[in-house]
Design a protein around this ligand. Structure first.
Ligand code: GLN
Length: 487
C-alpha cells in the first residue's frame, strides 16, 4: 500500500473533488482491516456508519455546497469521547454498554467541519495508565515493535496514526495521555491549554487536569484540527473566553527559529532519563540551535514534586468523578444478596479494574475528613508553586524544552505489576498538566532498538500557535515524522 497522505493533502483532494470522502474513508477502513488484527488499536471500527457519513459529505459536495476545513478526513475517536448513538466505553467493563446520548463538543465541531469521526480507539480504563495495558479489551501493541506498549492512555489513538490507519485521532490528556503515546509511537501529539478545547462529552477522569487534544503525523495537521475544535463553549464553563489566533495561518510565519529563546530546565532534562533518550535530546538541542534558536538554562525548582502532586490531585478528583458509576444512574449493575450495599459492592467491584479501584481508594484516602488539608490541600499548594515556576521561567524564554518521556516504549508487561514504575513514566508530562499549559510532542530521534524518542515543547497559556509553528519548522528540516513503522 502507498503511504497515507497527510490530513491537509486529503482535505484538498476531497474539497476539489479529486477524491470522494467515501474513497478516503474506505481506504482508511481497508488499512485497518489489513493491519489492526495484531495491533488492536481499535476496540470498534463502525465501518458502516463511517461510510454513510462520508457519503453524506459527498452528496453535499455534489449538490454544490462548499465543504468544511476537515472535508472527508477520517478521525479516529478515543473511547472516552462521546459520539451520539455510539458506545463510549472508556476502556471499562463499567461502561461496556453505554450508548452516548449526545456528542462531545470536540466531536460535534469536527463533524461540522466535515470530518468523518469514527471508531473507538483503545485506552487505559478511564485514562488511568501509561501503557494501554489497563483496558478491559486487552492491550494495544506498538507498531514499531509489537512486543512493546504503545504508551497510554491514548495508546490506541497513537498506534492508529503511526500505523497509517487514520491521519488524525482525537484523544485526551490528563497527565500525558496524548504526548507520551505520541512519543512512543513516533507521531505528533498536542495537549492544548486547559480550557482551550471543551471537555463537554469527555468522560471525566480528573476535571481540573483533563484536556481534549489530537494526534497526527505532523504539527501542520494538528493545527488544522485544533482550529476546528477549539474555542469557548457554553456547555463547559471552564473553556477560556480569550480569543487565540488561528493556528493554521500562523504556520507560514517562520522558516527557521531565529529570534526564539528556549528554556532548558535541568530538572526535566537529566534526572531519571535513560541514556539513549538523553543522547537523542542532546542532538535535538544542537539541531534546534542550528535552526537559529537560542537555548538558555531555566529553573523549575518544584518539578521534582510533580509526580506525587499529580497523583494526589488526579486520584482525589477521580474518586469523586467515578462515584456516579453506581449501577443505578450509570454503569454496569450486578445484583448482590438483596441489600443496596451489596448491589453497589458487586457492581463496582466487577465494573472497575484493579488500577481504577486502587485509585478510587487512594483518592478517597486523600480527601477524607480531617486529613484533606494534609494531602489534597498540600498538593494544591504545590501545584500553585509549580505554576509560579513556569511563569518565572517564561520571563526568560518563549518555550520550554524537555523529552516527552524519560524512556522509550517498554516491553508489554514490564511495568504492569509496579505502579510506581508506571507512574514515574509521567514525570516529564505532568508538570505542564498541573500548570494547565499547552505542550507538543514531536518525533525527534531514536533510542536503542530504533524506537522513537519525542521532544516536548511546553508553551505559555494559549500559545499553541507558537508550539505548532516551532513544530512545523522542525518538521520541514527533519524527517523523523516521515519514518514509517514496518508493515
Ligand atoms: N498516566 C497518567 C495517569 O495514569 C496520565 C494519564 C492521562 O493523561 N489520562 O494518570
Amino acid at each position: 500500500m502507498i503511504p497515507t497522505p497527510g490530513a491537509l493533502e486529503l482535505v484538498r483532494s476531497v474539497q476539489t473533488g479529486e477524491r470522494s470522502a467515501v474513497d478516503v474513508v474506505a481506504d482508511a477502513l481497508a488499512r485497518i482491516a489489513a493491519g489492526d488484527g495484531t495491533l488492536r488499536a481499535f476496540v470498534e471500527i463502525g465501518a458502516e456508519r463511517a461510510l454513510a457519513d462520508a457519503a453524506a459529505i459527498d452528496a453535499r459536495r455534489a449538490a454544490g455546497q462548499p465543504l468544511g476545513p476537515l472535508a472527508g478526513l477520517p478521525i479516529a475517536l478515543k473511547d472516552n469521547l462521546l459520539r451520539q448513538g455510539a458506545i463510549a466505553g472508556a476502556g471499562s467493563r463499567m461502561l461496556a454498554d453505554f450508548v452516548a446520548p449526545y456528542s462531545a463538543t470536540a466531536v460535534a465541531r469536527a463533524q461540522s467541519a466535515d470530518a468523518v469521526v469514527f471508531g473507538r480507539t483503545n485506552m487505559d480504563e478511564f485514562g488511568m495508565g501509561s501503557s494501554t495495558e489497563r483496558s478491559c479489551h486487552g492491550p494495544t501493541r506498538n507498531p514499531w515493535d509489537r512486543t512493546r506498549v504503545p504508551g497510554g492512555s491514548s495508546g490506541g489513538a497513537a498506534a492508529a496514526v503511526a500505523a497509517g490507519f487514520a491521519p488524525l485521532a482525537l484523544g485526551s490528556d490528563t497527565g500525558g495521555s496524548i504526548r507520551q503515546p505520541a512519543a512512543f509511537c513516533g507521531v505528533t501529539g498536542l495537549k492544548p491549554t486547559y480550557g482551550r478545547v471543551s471537555r463537554y462529552g469527555l468522560i471525566a477522569y480528573a476535571s481540573s487536569l483533563d484536556c481534549v487534544g489530537g494526534i497526527a503525523r505532523s504539527a501542520a495537521d494538528l493545527a488544522l484540527l485544533l482550529d476546528a475544535i477549539a474555542g469557548v463553549d457554553a456547555a463547559d464553563p471552564t473553556t477560556l473566553q480569550a480569543t487565540a489566533g488561528e493556528c493554521r495561518l500562523a504556520l507560514g510565519v517562520r522558516t527557521d527559529l531565529k529570534g526564539l529563546t528556549f528554556g532548558v530546565p535541568w530538572e526535566l532534562n537529566g534526572p531519571g532519563l535513560d541514556a539513549d533518550v538523553l543522547a537523542a535530546i542532546r542532538q535535538t538541542h544542537s539541531r534546534l540551535a542550528d535552526l537559529g534558536a537560542r537555548l538558555v538554562d531555566v529553573a523549575l525548582p518544584h518539578v521534582p514534586h510533580a509526580v506525587p502532586t499529580y497523583y494526589l490531585i488526579a486520584t482525589a478528583e477521580a474518586s469523586t468523578n467515578l462515584a456516579r458509576y453506581d449501577g443505578i444512574r450509570f454503569g454496569l449493575r450486578r445484583d448482590g444478596s438483596g441489600s443496596l450495599e451489596s448491589m453497589l459492592t458487586h457492581s463496582r467491584s466487577h465494573g472497575f479494574g484493579d488500577e481504577v479501584q486502587l485509585r478510587i481508594l487512594l483518592g478517597t484516602f486523600a480527601l477524607r475528613a480531617g486529613w484533606q488539608d494534609q494531602f489534597y490541600g498540600q498538593a494544591t499548594r504545590v501545584r500553585t508553586l509549580l505554576r509560579q515556576d513556569f511563569t518565572t521561567a517564561f520571563a526568560r524564554c518563549d518555550a520550554i524544552l524537555c523529552p516527552t518521556s524519560p524512556v522509550t516504549a517498554f516491553p508489554l508487561g514490564a511495568r504492569i505489576d509496579d505502579p510506581l514504575a508506571m507512574y514515574l513514566c509521567d514525570a516529564l508530562t505532568v508538570p505542564a498538566s498541573l500548570a494547565g499549559l499547552p505542550a507538543l510532542s514531536l518525533p525527534c530521534g531514536v533510542g536503542d532498538g530504533d524506537l522513537p524518542v519525542g521532544l516536548q515543547i511546553i508553551g505559555p497559556a494559549l500559545r499553541e500557535d507558537l508550539l505548532l509553528q516551532v513544530g512545523h519548522v522542525w518538521q520541514q528540516h527533519t524527517d523523523w515524522h516521515r519514518r514509517r513503522p514496518p508493515a
